[in-house]
Write a protein that binds this ligand. Structure first.
Ligand code: C2E
Ligand code: CA
Ligand code: CA
Length: 397
């Protein structure tokens, strides 16, 4: 019998480690998650076949760890994980190669369950034993997710969208969070993919849409105009022919004009499912609902496809925004996206704006809207109300 493959994860975020080990265990691997370099090195044994390594950690970071692994002549395949942008990942990968390590992949955070599973399947063979059961934890999580829907444990946070030319807030994006009774606030990358697999994603979508449309009324930017509400939709939800009607009826129930609602769908998924979703997208537009192509630049939308999608907005993926000050290729990508978007009559949003410099570049390139931690992190409704008030008073001066 072949020995069970051993996977080790090191990431200072506990959630990420758990997410990876749950998925790995469900696929039949033995997987241990650690949150710091020291425990990781203690756990590292010669039979470790795959290592998932977070580049950014508070004490010993991933780059230092790579050096240590090289000194130990580590033979395991290494997957680099990071939320800092793909260029950093590329550089670290080159370093690792120089150090004689075997890099077998990278995961740009936040990554989805499907990406992770694909990575694991590609790089490790599950134990040959035919009676591999999904890890007990995994089952619990699925059950917990079902219960979370029943018990209404999801909450919505809001992040402002800012008109770059005037500084005014034009809208908010609704972002789901799971308020877990024991584990606290859990972020969507941990549960969206799984809810899609469990067929719970439509319900989550309606929970967020209902909450968002009921909350948006309280948000004001001072000019008396309603703020726009952006809601993320899974492409799976767009397979449902009734989606546009249900959405509009929720809007009507809350006195929100459908024209003040934007549905965001990620580029990669949208392109894959274009044939199946185009009619729904068109019906949404007929009903005045706006459409945004999210995480733009991460997929491979062709001009041909872009032209036929009835989108009103392009949202440049934050990896480009965050790399553009030091990287010509990303800056060109941003500039071209803005030009293409405008040529097709779309509004262009830069997401993940964290610095004044990034905002200045976007302004110079003619980008319409900015969103990011530079203005505010996503906040609960009440905190968003106060944030808007403070922001408005600063804007006047
Ligand atoms: P997204 O739609 O691309 O949402 C933007 C994500 O970027 C949010 O992560 C937000 O917190 C984060 N972000 C915003 N500004 C910055 C910044 O300046 N720097 C950095 N580093 N990050 C920033 P979040 O809330 O964790 O959501 C992750 C993803 O989960 C979303 O990505 C979206 O695809 C999905 N999601 C969230 N809520 C829902 C939902 O209700 N339904 C569906 N189907 N998906 C959702
Ligand atoms: Ca979004
Ligand atoms: Ca995005």
């Amino acid at each position: 019998m072949t020995a069970k493959q051993r996977i080790l994860v090191v990431d200072d975020e506990i959630d990420v480690g758990e997410f990876v080990s749950d998925a790995a265990q469900a696929m039949g691997f033995e997987c241990t998650a650690t949150t710091d370099a020291k425990t990781f090195l203690d756990q590292l044994t010669p039979d470790t076949t795959l290592i998932l390594l977070d580049l950014i950690m508070p004490e010993t970071d991933g780059v230092e760890l790579l050096r240590m692994l090289s000194q130990q002549k580590c033979k395991a395949g290494i997957v680099l994980m990071s939320g800092v942008g793909k260029r950093v990942l590329e550089t670290a990968e080159q370093l690792a190669q120089v150090l004689g390590l075997s890099i077998v992949g990278r995961l740009q955070k936040p990554f989805r369950l499907a990406e992770l599973e694909e990575m694991l399947a590609r790089n490790a063979e599950p134990a040959t034993s035919p009676i591999v059961q999904p890890g007990a934890q995994f089952i619990t999580h699925n059950e917990q997710l079902r219960r979370a829907v029943e018990r209404n444990e999801f909450v919505v946070h809001y992040q402002p969208l800012i008109d770059i030319a005037t500084g005014r807030v034009t809208g908010v994006e609704a972002l789901a969070r799971w308020q877990h009774p024991e584990r606290g606030l859990i972020f969507p990358d941990y549960f969206i993919g799984r809810m899609e697999e469990l067929g719970l994603i439509d319900e989550l979508g309606w929970i967020v849409a209902n909450r968002g449309m009921s909350d948006v009324e309280q948000f004001e930017n001072g000019d008396g105009k309603a703020l726009m509400l952006s809601v993320n939709a899974s492409v799976y939800s767009l397979h449902d022919l009734k989606f546009p009607d249900v959405l509009v009826s929720i809007a009507e129930k809350h006195g929100v004009s459908p024209g003040d609602v934007t549905i965001e769908i990620t580029e990669t998924r949208l392109i894959k499912e274009l044939a199946r979703t185009l009619d729904i997208l068109t019906r949404l537009r007929i009903k005045q609902v706006k459409l945004s192509i999210d995480d733009f630049g991460t997929g491979y939308a062709m001009m041909q496809q872009l032209k036929i999608i009835p989108a009103t907005e392009l949202k440049i993926d934050k990896s480009f925004i965050q790399e553009m000050s030091g990287n010509d290729r990303d800056r060109i990508m941003v500039q071209k996206t803005i030009e293409i978007g405008h040529e097709l009559g779309m509004q262009v949003i830069g997401e993940g704006v964290e610095t004044q410099e990034q905002l200045d570049i976007l302004r110079e390139k003619g980008c319409d809207i900015a969103q990011g931690f530079f203005f505010s992190r996503p906040l609960p409704a009440q905190e968003m109300v106060s944030w808007l008030k403070t922001y408005r008073s600063q804007l006047v001066h």
